[in-house]
Design a protein around this ligand. Structure first.
Ligand code: AMP
Ligand code: MG
Length: 489
């Protein structure tokens, strides 16, 4: 399908005017398509020829609207680093409209396409460096099976952007069923009418099941909201559990960066851990470690409380809201234990497994062992114990832990080879390590997208071995530790 044949709607644009501002993007000078994502294009029904057309470049560089789309920037607010930040909004994002497909609808958004009324002190731009990182990360997460917004295209340009140094302006085209955030609700904390409108909009589009009657009884509006929140809690808990068990740190879990659909959104100073440190901070700007790896579940929980408390404005009972938000702990543990069970090849979660897992984290932490490879090589430990043991400077504690593991596996029914195979499907070999992203960025700055292409190929199927690409599965080189990933983007 080409662009003109797409079925386009504008449901967010149809919300009352206080929700957004209609405006045109500010195109980049000398915009060039660095990469188009054929997989995401296929989701939208776009064919490969369309991706090569001049119209596509014009679309993803902000020079032409989506046919039938109404371009806008949305308003939202949020808590940043634990403090109420007031109004934020799409300071450098333009929503072009939504593409309807038989599998559902996808909103299309440009990130970095210029100033909006919500830009505050910013310039409305995104640097190529962070755009490559967002482009790769969203596809890496999708490849891992972790809920995320997606990326359709990456455009580079001749325009300079001023950060710590002069960099190049770029635009990422993102797609998602919705870009509504916790902060979109917080924005209307004391304004019952628009809050109700937004809530109905989100329920109708994304959580229609919460209105379905249970046992013949009609569902009140308040009950529907509680049920929606219950689902947001479940999805958020499951997403964060997925982050934890691949060693992912989001880096900026402000409430404006939390998707109401439980998708990973707004990739900035994120990181996949190399050597495991429980308190790993991926964002140099996060001086207090508010968003360290091991704090992420507690932060998600706190963010859910912020979201739930917004509904006090609409007369929902504090106790009921509190109860819904408090379900996070159980949801998170269930999802986290489920992930770990698969990663360790356990047939069930038993008493004592918490201790067993703690011992594992301690082992990795004390020796800064590589997060990804430790799990991956554990899958093959019967065949190749050395690959696993070589990850530890002092192998004795690792041997001791393995003995405990061996004991834990006693009495399982699945044959060893089957367990190993299923563990390989739960423990990725390839993750988007910072140094790999950095190499792709350095090539991209030269106009070369081959590293991006290579990484996408590996990260889309991260659980499989890719012969000839072993280098991409190796531990990070030492220089990687000096990469300063900050909020600057
Ligand atoms: P973040 O936490 O990076 O997702 O962004 C927080 C807020 O700052 C959001 O409202 C963004 O739209 C806005 N923002 C970030 N960078 C820029 C920029 N360069 N220009 C305008 N707004 C920005
Ligand atoms: Mg953001």
């Amino acid at each position: 399908m080409n662009l003109d044949a797409l079925q386009v709607a504008n449901s967010f644009a149809e919300l009352p005017r206080e929700f957004h501002t209609f405006l045109d993007p500010q195109p980049l000078k000398g915009a060039r398509l660095l990469h188009a994502n054929a997989e995401v294009a296929a989701l939208l029904g776009l064919d490969a020829a369309t991706l090569r057309s001049p119209e596509f470049l014009e679309l993803v560089s902000g020079q032409r609207p989506l046919p039938g789309g109404r371009t806008l920037a949305a308003v939202y607010s949020g808590h940043q680093f634990g403090m109420w930040a007031g109004q934020l909004g799409d300071g450098r994002a333009h929503l072009l409209g939504e593409i309807l497909t038989p599998q559902g609808s996808w909103e299309v958004q440009l990130k970095g396409a210029g100033l909006t009324p919500y830009s505050r002190m910013g310039d409305g731009r995104a640097v190529l460096r962070s755009s490559v990182r967002e482009y790769l990360a969203s596809e890496a997460m999708a490849g891992l099976g972790i809920p995320t917004t997606r990326a359709l295209a990456l455009v580079t340009s001749d325009d300079p952007v001023y950060r710590e140094t002069v960099e190049t302006a770029a635009i990422v085209t993102r797609v998602s069923p919705s870009f509504v955030r916790f902060g979109s609700f917080e924005h209307w904390e004391r304004k019952p009418q628009p809050l109700r409108i937004l809530t109905d909009y989100v329920i109708d589009r994304h959580f229609p099941e919460v209105r379905e009657s249970q046992g013949g009884e009609a569902v009140s509006w308040e009950q529907a909201v509680l049920r929606m929140l219950r689902e947001v809690v479940r999805r958020t808990a499951s997403m964060v559990a997925d982050w934890m068990t691949v060693g992912f740190c989001h880096g900026v879990m402000n409430t404006d960066n939390m998707s109401i659909l439980g998708l990973t959104i707004d990739y900035g100073p994120y990181g996949f851990m190399d050597g495991f440190q429980a308190g790993h901070i991926c964002n140099r700007s996060d001086t207090h470690g508010r968003y360290a790896w091991n704090v992420q579940p507690a932060i998600a929980h706190w963010n859910l409380y912020r979201l739930a408390s917004v509904f006090l404005t609409l007369g929902l009972k504090e106790e009921e809201l509190r109860e819904v938000a408090s379900a996070f702990e159980g949801d998170f543990l269930a999802a986290y234990q489920g992930n770990l069970r698969r990663k360790f090849g356990l047939e069930s979660w038993q008493q004592g497994d918490d201790d067993f897992v703690d011992a594992w984290w301690r082992l990795l932490h004390e020796q800064r062992a590589d997060f990804t490879l430790a799990f991956r090589h554990l899958a093959g430990v019967n065949k190749d114990p050395q690959a696993f043991l070589s990850l530890f400077g002092d192998p004795q504690p690792a041997r001791d832990w393995l003995a405990r593991y061996e004991q834990r596996l006693q009495g399982q029914t699945l044959p060893q080879a089957d367990r190993a195979a299923s563990m390989l499907r739960a423990n990725p070999l390839y993750v988007l390590r910072n140094h790999l992203a950095q190499q792709a960025i350095e090539a991209a700055v030269q106009g070369d997208a081959t590293e991006i292409e290579t990484l996408l190929t590996l990260l889309r199927r991260p659980y499989e071995e890719h012969p000839g690409f072993e280098r991409y599965a190796e531990q990070a080189p030492e220089w990687s530790e000096n990469l300063a990933i900050s909020c600057s983007s």
